[in-house]
Ligand binder design. Sequence first.
Ligand code: LMR
Length: 330
Amino acid sequence: MFKFVATALFAASLAVAYVTPAVAEEPIVIKFSHVVTDDTPKGKGARLFQKLVQERLAGQVKVEVYPNSTLYGDAEELDALQRNEVQMLAPSVSKFDQYTKQLEIFDMPFLFDDLEAVKRFEKRDKSRELLGSMASHGIYGLAFWNNGMKQLSANRELRKPTDARGLAFRIQASNLLEDQFKQVGASALKLPFSQSFKALQSGQVQGTENTWSNLYSQKLNTVQPYITESNHGVLVYMLISNSKFWNALPFGVRTQLEQISDEVTQFVNKEAEAINSKDRESILGSGTSKLVTLSPSERQAWRESMQPLIQKYEPEIGADVIRAAQLVNR
Ligand code: LMR
């Protein structure tokens, strides 16, 4: 009997061994979800990431891109990443407020003089440390992707800080951004990006802040008759993955994905400026919105009204991080 069972098991294992090699191994699937359109800096970055993976890791890794909140909106995408239902995201760092306060550095108004200063900061060791600031939440930071400088828009002309008094602004989920608008006597409503247009159109809020590319690609300019070119803050993304997923990737695959991520980061950070300036021209050309250009002293008044936030937020961001950011302005 024993001999019979052993022989049967042996035969079965041979059959399995015979069948297994014929079954092709499934590629590792990386779902990359985001909330903007394909023709924005982040949207183009996600597509390039997909293309390079297809070229270099075909059969081993497959990237599926879900743009424009089609899979998850920004209120759900981070939970989905932690459950490993998506493996890659590039949320604005403002949306990480619930996990770390240090990244609020990028939300501080008038801290960075321009995008060049932001890029210099991103090369500093302090920034590299910030990529690891959500490790305890299972979030692995790969790189910073820039969109651009933010502008203010509203249904009335915003030239002086007092012009914003009494208005409600749609903001991302960041306490610092909420305080930014309180500083000028306005209120702020944290809403998912996908709800921005409706909230402005219906009058639930009367203003917002965003980059030229986000204003244009979501048609926010069509419901905002005034755009103040304030360049008061910056919109930065962090390319992230689920730590467990990332660390379980075969070493060779992970190394190649990290190489691709570096290449795409360079592309996004170069391309973003061109996209924003093209979208700025398209908005101005469309005639939907009047451009409000601030004189140096008008811009200084906005800066001064928001200055107290540095002191208020220093304990949670860290004096060392703030100092490192201040040093990159020239
Ligand atoms: C926003 O919510 O305004 C932005 O973070 C959207 C994005 O991802 O650019």
